[in-house]
Design a protein around this ligand. Structure first.
Ligand SMILES: Cc1ncc(COP(=O)(O)O)c(C=O)c1O
Length: 450
């Protein structure tokens, strides 16, 4: 079995960092200039999470590739952390957006595209009524408000290791049985113990106990965790979640923002789930900011009074630009022409190829690692056994190897999602791109072992 020499990995990281700096003089200069006016030198703080002492500055992106300001072209498996899951600048989205921009971007009036979008989302995800939001964070925030309005309960339940955007109640962790703010998050408005119950994934008895007091408005979950690495549900687990939430009168919200990689109707349709609400965002308008949440007839009946009231403008849902004409035109074109069954028929086999390439390297080198596929998404982890829950996934993190793998990939013109070792395939990804990743993964494993 390969022995990973961590001292050697440290040394290699230093060498790769030097190589990165040498290869990106323009990005370095831009970063230094940007730091004079942009906090951290970037327009959004996640952008400094890429490996290397500064981010590459992008010039343009098309399909499955990004070109930086030096002119280097990268194979992009990050795809805007799912925002560009169906490829950069999808032709149909760009054409529809350009057409709509000439006809007006935002009017605070509905356009006909909304009818089409509502019907299509209902058909895909199986919940009949929809509202638009600007980001998936917003969609989750609004879904929680709707659940509270419906149940007249205040608490929410999420899973250790989750990420649902910057929603205060969900930026939490379970630590020694207590709900605490997530490490690194800025102070929450109130102690999260007051707002949130956090339990581990794949544990029905604990869910049963947590919902027994009947004070939880909603269980908000990804049907497979994707934000602490991929953690798949065990057989029967999600059926159990449905049964317990239904019996305790708790709204079951499925966040499909990332698990939409499982098929055109997300994990929900692919696995015949029956949530009360669905939230989504990121790729829904091809990367143009837009999101949506859908709800059952029962929730509709319990909340429509509020929506139709004179005071609807201050009910806490939406904002001035939400549901604007540009977003709806982009959503319609993207749902109609981009997020199609044909696209998944290309993307999922590519993810299977990516997973097999990584698995073969792991097997041949007898590495104590594993790889997991979830539809068009795949991810490897530096641990022998796939974790069952967030605590196990968090414990299996290896920051040193993560950094090394990302730097090796970046210097060889491959982008992986910075916070994970996660890869997404889009319809423009090719087999040759996937195989190039396998080659680089093998080179990385061999280098780490010496
Ligand atoms: C499952 C899930 N939900 C919601 C969000 C929030 O998305 P956004 O940052 O676009 O609001 C994310 C972001 O990574 C996510 O992974």
């Amino acid at each position: 079995m390969y022995h990973i020499d961590r001292v050697r990995v440290q040394r290699l990281i230093a060498q790769e960092e030097e190589r990165f700096v040498r290869g990106h003089p323009k990005s370095k200069r831009l970063f230094e200039r940007a730091r004079k006016s942009m906090m951290g030198g970037v327009p959004m703080n996640w952008m400094i999470e890429w490996p290397g002492p500064f981010p590459i500055f992008a010039r343009e992106a098309q399909g499955a590739t990004i070109t930086d300001v030096e002119g280097h072209r990268y194979i992009d498996f990050c795809l805007g952390d799912t925002g560009a899951m169906f490829g950069h600048a999808p032709r149909a989205t760009v054409a529809a957006a350009a057409r709509q921009m000439r006809k007006g971007i935002t009017m605070m009036l509905p356009t006909e595209d909304s009818l089409w979008v509502g019907r299509d989302l209902a058909r895909r995800f199986g919940v009949p009524y929809w509202q638009i939001a600007m980001t998936a964070t917003d969609a989750n925030r609004f879904a929680l408000r709707m659940a509270r309005e419906t149940t007249r309960r205040t608490k929410v339940l999420v899973f250790n290791g989750c990420y649902h955007g910057t929603v205060d109640e969900t930026l939490v962790r379970l630590l020694d049985g207590k709900v605490v703010p997530r490490e690194g998050s800025m102070p929450p408005p109130v102690d999260p113990e007051l707002t949130t119950r956090v339990i581990e994934f794949n544990d029905l008895p604990t869910l049963e106990a947590a919902l027994a007091p009947r004070d939880v408005a909603a269980v908000l979950m990804e049907p497979a965790l994707t934000n602490c690495g991929i953690v798949l549900p065990e057989p029967g687990y999600l059926d159990g979640v449905r049964e317990i939430t239904r019996r305790t009168g708790t709204v079951w919200i499925i966040d499909e923002t990332h698990t939409w990689c499982a098929g055109p109707g997300g994990y929900t349709r692919a696995h015949k789930l029956e949530p009360d609400m669905v939230t989504l965002g990121k790729p829904v308008a091809g990367g143009i900011p837009s999101a949506a949440f859908g709800l059952s007839g029962d929730i509709y009946d319990k909340t429509i009074g509020n929506i139709m009231a004179d005071t609807t403008g201050v009910n806490g849902l939406g904002g001035t630009l939400t549901g604007n004409a540009l977003a709806l035109a982009a959503m319609r074109a993207t749902l109609d022409k981009v997020i199609t069954k044909q696209a998944y028929d290309r993307m999922i086999p590519l993810a299977t190829r990516w997973t097999s390439g990584v698995q073969k390297t792991i097997d041949e080198a007898e590495l104590p690692w594993h790889v997991v596929q979830l539809g068009a998404r795949a991810e490897y982890r530096f641990a022998m056994v796939p974790p069952r829950n967030g605590a196990e996934a968090i414990a299996a993190k290896d920051e040193l190897l993560n950094k090394f793998v990302h730097l090796m990939a970046l210097n060889r013109r491959i982008l992986l999602t910075p916070f994970h070792n996660m890869a997404l395939m889009c319809p423009a990804t090719t087999r040759a791109m996937v195989d190039r990743h396998t080659e680089v993964f093998r080179e990385t494993a061999e280098a780490a072992a010496g």
